[in-house]
Design a protein around this ligand. Sequence first.
Ligand SMILES: *Cc1c(COP(=O)(O)O)cnc(C)c1O
Length: 239
Amino acid sequence: MTDRKAQLAANLAQVEERITSACAAAGRKREEVTLIVVTKTYPASDVRILHELGVRHVAENRDQDAAPKATACADLSLTWHFVGQLQTNKVRSVTGYADVVQSVDRIKLVTALSAAAVRAERELGCLIQVALDAESGERGERGGVAPDGIEELAAAVDAADGLRLDGLMTVAPLAGPFAGRQRAAFDRLMEFSTRLRAAHPAANMVSAGMSGDLEDAVAAGATHVRVGTAVLGVRPALG
Ligand SMILES: *Cc1c(COP(=O)(O)O)cnc(C)c1O
């Protein structure tokens, strides 16, 4: 085993242990939580190693990095999640490799994703990104729609050709009433998920939690955690 593979295997084992403990503490089954490894800023060779180690879900946040990486790994059976703020001029590229776009936060993006998915003859999973710190009608600093815009966006995704409404995603806010209160933030997201599922029962994905707060997310009921640093190491400044 190469050094890098041994390192990633050890890190993955630690993260796995954390998820297992968090599930046990919450009285949840381990299978209820899917680990998505966020490979942004790391090379395709790491994605390949992660696949060898059993990882099946990876996430990226910038199309410029993600597109060549996905191409280099096209032979692997992986589910690619796009989790970054998405400009409409990148939508066609992202639609070429992403299976799920977790950062849907405005109608214009829904329209663009739908057109691209239809054109590519693909079905694209969509999560509505919720900005728990955003005011009505605004978007959050790190992307995401204000909570009172969830319903309208969900209806738009649901009605759009080529798109599948999968659920909700959030990034714990750094500012506002939920700053430093991840558990409360994720509990709030779960409330929105319950409301969403009343109208869209299949939209049952809840993506929340990163390296620093995955336990809070599992405790709140997240179905997907997105872990970068704890698996791959601390990223260089940008990313
Ligand atoms: C980078 C990133 C993550 C992973 O963060 P870590 O702290 O490295 O685990 C999760 N979600 C999103 C949206 C990200 O951009």
